[in-house]
Design a binder for this molecule. Structure first.
Ligand code: MN
Length: 475
C-alpha cells in the first residue's frame, strides 16, 4: 500500500481505534471501549426482556390491545458535557453501558416486543468536537461494526418515533409506552432529556412515559467480568497514584503538589480523567470530608486525607488513605486511625451476601465506633463517643458513577461492587481520618479489590521511611 493510502487509512480509522484497540476489524470478538461487543448486545436484550416483563405484569396490558412499547435513550452530544465540564468527550454512562459507543450525538431506540435495537447516528460529515471524533455513517457497515439491527441517520429519529408511537392510536388500540430518562412533566427541568420528553408529550399526548433509570440501574449494579477488569484497572492506577504520594509526602509541600502527582499518575496509567474531584486535605482540612481547595502548605504533625479515584474507560475507583505528613503517626493519631481501620474491617466482616443491604452499613459502623472507649471533644468543648465524629454514610455502590446506580435497599448480590469508608473528624484536634476501600460481593463473601494499597499504619510508616531512605541515598 502506498504511504499516502496508509496515512489516509489512519486518518479515517485512527481516532476510532485510539481507545484501547476497539473494533479490530475482522476479530471474532470485537471490542467496544475494551468490552466484548456481545456484552452490549446481551445488555440490550436483557433490558428489553425486563421492559416486556414489567409491561406484561401490568393489569391493563394485553398484547393485542396495547400500543407499542419503546425505549429511547439519548447519548451525550458534542456541545456541552452535562456532567463533566471539560472539552474531552465523555459518553453518558447508561448510553455507554448499552452501546459501547463514544460517538457524540447518538441515540438508542429499542423495540422490546420485536427484540429490535436501532442506533441513530449524526451525519459523518459533520465535524464533532472540533474534529476529535470520527465515526462511520449510518448504514449496514456501522450496524455490523457496532452490533445493531440497523443504524439510521439522526434525521430519521423523530419520524420513526412518532410513527411507532402513533400507529396503534390510529386503530384506537391503546396508548404507547415510552421508557426514557427524566419522564416527569416538570416544566422547570431544562435538561436536554426533559426537554425531549416534553416535545414527545406535546406530539403524542396519549403516550405513557416511564422512567428508564431504575431499570438500567438494577442492571448496572451487577458487574460483568469485563466490567470488573476495567474497575480493577482503575483501582490499580489509583494505587500507583498513592505510591507517588508516598514518594514525596512531607512538611512544606502544598496539597496541590500531591494532587499534581496523583493526576499525573492517572494519565500515565491510561486513566484520562479522575472519576471525581480529588480530595487532598491536610491538618485542619483533614476534618472537612469534602475539601476540594488543595491550597494549604502541609506542616509537621499533620495528617493528610487523600480521597481519589482514577477513571479508566468510564469505570472509576474510589479509594481514601490518610497519611502522616512527617512519616510517623503520633500516639493520638494512631489510636484514632486504628479505630477507623477496625470499624472498616468489622463492617466488611458483617456483610452477608444475599441478606445485608447497603443502607444498613452506616449503622454497623456507628455502633462499632460508639462502643470504643476513646473520647474526643467537639468545637464547644463537649465530650462525645467516637460515633459523634463520623458524619457521613459508610458505603455506596461503585462503577461508572462514583456513587453508582442501583437500589441500596435490596440485599447485596454477588457481582456488586461497593465502598466501605469510615471516617472520624475531630475539629478541636485538627485531626481527620478516613479510610476507604472497594469491595466485590461474591457467593462466599467480600473480595477487597484495593487490598494492594497499604492501609495498615505500620506498613504506611515503613513505606514512607523506605522512600525517604532511597531519596537520601540518591541525593
Ligand atoms: Mn467514596
Amino acid at each position: 500500500m502506498p504511504r499516502t493510502a496508509l496515512i489516509l487509512l489512519f486518518l479515517l480509522t485512527g481516532p476510532i481505534l485510539a481507545r484501547g484497540d476497539d473494533l479490530k476489524a475482522s476479530s471474532s470478538d470485537p471490542r467496544l471501549i475494551e468490552q466484548p461487543r456481545a456484552d452490549y448486545r446481551a445488555r440490550r436484550k436483557e433490558l428489553m426482556d425486563r421492559v416486556n416483563k414489567s409491561e406484561s405484569s401490568r393489569i391493563s396490558f394485553s398484547k393485542d390491545q396495547g400500543g407499542e412499547t419503546i425505549v429511547v435513550l439519548r447519548g451525550e452530544d458534542d456541545r456541552g458535557q452535562e456532567d463533566f465540564e471539560e472539552g474531552r468527550f465523555r459518553q453518558k454512562n447508561d448510553f455507554a453501558y448499552l452501546t459501547g459507543l463514544e460517538v457524540p450525538g447518538a441515540w438508542l431506540v429499542l423495540r422490546p416486543r420485536q427484540n429490535r435495537a436501532t442506533l441513530y447516528l449524526p451525519s459523518p460529515t459533520r465535524s464533532h468536537m472540533n474534529g476529535q471524533s470520527r465515526h462511520p455513517g449510518p448504514g449496514k457497515d456501522a450496524a455490523e461494526q457496532f452490533g445493531f439491527d440497523a443504524v439510521e441517520p439522526n434525521a430519521k429519529l423523530l419520524g420513526d418515533l412518532f410513527t411507532a408511537i402513533a400507529d396503534p392510536m390510529r386503530d384506537g388500540a391503546g396508548t404507547a409506552v415510552v421508557y426514557t430518562m427524566s419522564p416527569s412533566p416538570d416544566p422547570h427541568n431544562t435538561k436536554p432529556d426533559a426537554k425531549f420528553v416534553r416535545f414527545l408529550r406535546e406530539g403524542a399526548p396519549n403516550t405513557t412515559f416511564r422512567d428508564l433509570a431504575p431499570v438500567v440501574g438494577e442492571m448496572r449494579k451487577l458487574k460483568s467480568k469485563s466490567e470488573l477488569v476495567l474497575l480493577q484497572k482503575a483501582i490499580d492506577i489509583t494505587g500507583d497514584a498513592n505510591e507517588e504520594v508516598l514518594k514525596i509526602i512531607g512538611p512544606g509541600l502544598f496539597e496541590y503538589q500531591l494532587e499534581g502527582r496523583i493526576l499525573g499518575a492517572f494519565l500515565n496509567g491510561g486513566a484520562l480523567r479522575p472519576g471525581f474531584q480529588s480530595i487532598v486535605g491536610s491538618g485542619p482540612n483533614s476534618t472537612i470530608p469534602h475539601y476540594f481547595l488543595s491550597s494549604r502548605k502541609m506542616a509537621e504533625g499533620d495528617l493528610v486525607v487523600v480521597d481519589i479515584g482514577a477513571e479508566y474507560n468510564l469505570y472509576t475507583a474510589d479509594v481514601t488513605r490518610t497519611y502522616p505528613v512527617n512519616g510517623t503517626f503520633s500516639p493520638r493519631q494512631r489510636e484514632i486511625y486504628q479505630l477507623v481501620l477496625d470499624a472498616q474491617t468489622e463492617a466488611a466482616n458483617r456483610v452477608k451476601p444475599g441478606s445485608t443491604r447497603l443502607v444498613e452499613m452506616t449503622g454497623i459502623a456507628r455502633g462499632y465506633l460508639r462502643k470504643s472507649p476513646l473520647r474526643a471533644k467537639d468545637s464547644d468543648g463537649k465530650e462525645f463517643t467516637m460515633d459523634h465524629f463520623f458524619v457521613h454514610g459508610l458505603s455506596h455502590y461503585l462503577g461508572m458513577d462514583v456513587h453508582d446506580v442501583g437500589d441500596m435497599n435490596k440485599p447485596m448480590q454477588p457481582g456488586e461492587v461497593f465502598t466501605i469508608e469510615p471516617g472520624i473528624y475531630i475539629e478541636s484536634e485538627n485531626l481527620g481520618v478516613r479510610i476507604e476501600d472497594d469491595y466485590l460481593v461474591t457467593e462466599s463473601g467480600l473480595v477487597k479489590l484495593s487490598k494492594n494499597i497499604p492501609s495498615e499504619p505500620d506498613e504506611i510508616e515503613k513505606r514512607i521511611a523506605t522512600e525517604r531512605a532511597r531519596k537520601k541515598h540518591s541525593d
